[in-house]
Design a protein around this ligand. Structure first.
Ligand SMILES: O=C(O)CCC(=O)C(=O)O
Length: 268
């Protein structure tokens, strides 16, 4: 069992909502470890739809690695995903079992900052350890601040020792990248439906994919409204949703998706 794992109670799973005790426990674990693994965060049918949708994109050549995204390691690519069906499902970007935790961590006026995926091809070597973004201001001050952005990772296949996972250095959100963190990495090997949240300051790396299967994960970033990741999205679109999907966004979630107002639409 991972150190920072949030196990949901049967009544929370049935109701699809979290108790305030669970939200407080989740926020405390996240603040301490810098990450949180949440098995059974999503409904199985949603993950099946997302998996089918992603494999369809691959079949249509839209997730072909080079040219469609950015190399982020050996045979590993970051690929933007347009938020059209099934990726426009509010149960994904505003998951009822996750949104209360994200709101507690980032404030009620949090926004979706980017929506994409990382795909590790069969045989991909491990990534170099990194943080997705520098600490704010300088390392000493940035490490002491509350969290300003969170990455939600949603695996689209079951993660096991062969497919690999994301190796997470617990507590590394509180130190600069080069600083020694004397801890064993956490290796969330979770089944589909589970996810992990990572503080944007966390040191981590994708492990090798030793299987013959591709390993796609959705990589979705939420932030406080004053932070925008310009570092990783200078050439790739951070967010894209076609007009017909935008029209279906529930009113209560328009604030969360406010950045779509300025986002370009990627035509597949
Ligand atoms: O492939 C993974 O598991 C993680 C990828 C990642 O952390 C990154 O590209 O920043």
């Amino acid at each position: 069992m991972e150190r920072a794992t949030l196990t949901l109670e049967p009544d929370e799973l049935a109701a699809g909502a979290l108790s305030s005790t669970t939200v407080t426990r989740a926020a405390g674990l996240f603040d301490h470890f810098g990450y949180l693994v949440i098995p059974r965060a999503f409904e199985t049918d949603l993950i099946c739809n997302l998996q089918n949708g992603y494999f369809e994109l691959i079949a249509r050549g839209l997730v072909s690695g080079r040219g469609r995204g950015m190399d982020v390691g050996d045979r590993r690519y970051m690929i933007p995903v347009e938020m059209r069906a099934p990726f426009d499902d509010p149960r994904l970007y505003a998951a009822p079992r996750l949104l209360p935790i994200l709101e507690r961590l980032l404030g009620a006026d949090l926004v979706l900052d980017s929506f994409g995926s990382v795909i590790a091809m069969p045989g991909a070597a491990a990534q170099a350890r990194h943080k997705d973004h520098d600490l704010l201001f300088d390392a000493e001050r940035g490490a002491r601040l509350p969290c300003h952005a969170v990455t939600l990772v949603v695996p689209l296949i079951d993660l096991d020792a062969e497919t690999g996972t994301t190796a997470i250095l617990p507590g590394s959100h509180r130190v600069a990248l080069g600083a020694t963190v004397d801890v064993e990495p956490a290796l969330p090997l979770i089944a589909r439906g589970g996810c992990y949240l990572m503080d944007y300051r966390l040191s981590h790396f994708g492990t090798a994919n030793r299987s013959t299967r591709i390993r796609p994960i959705l990589y979705i970033v939420y932030s406080r409204p004053w932070f925008r990741d310009e570092r990783n999205f200078y050439s790739l679109p951070a967010l894209a949703m076609p007009a017909e999907a935008r029209a279906r966004v529930p009113l209560r979630l328009r604030g969360l998706l406010a950045r779509l107002e300025h986002a370009e639409v990627v035509v597949a």
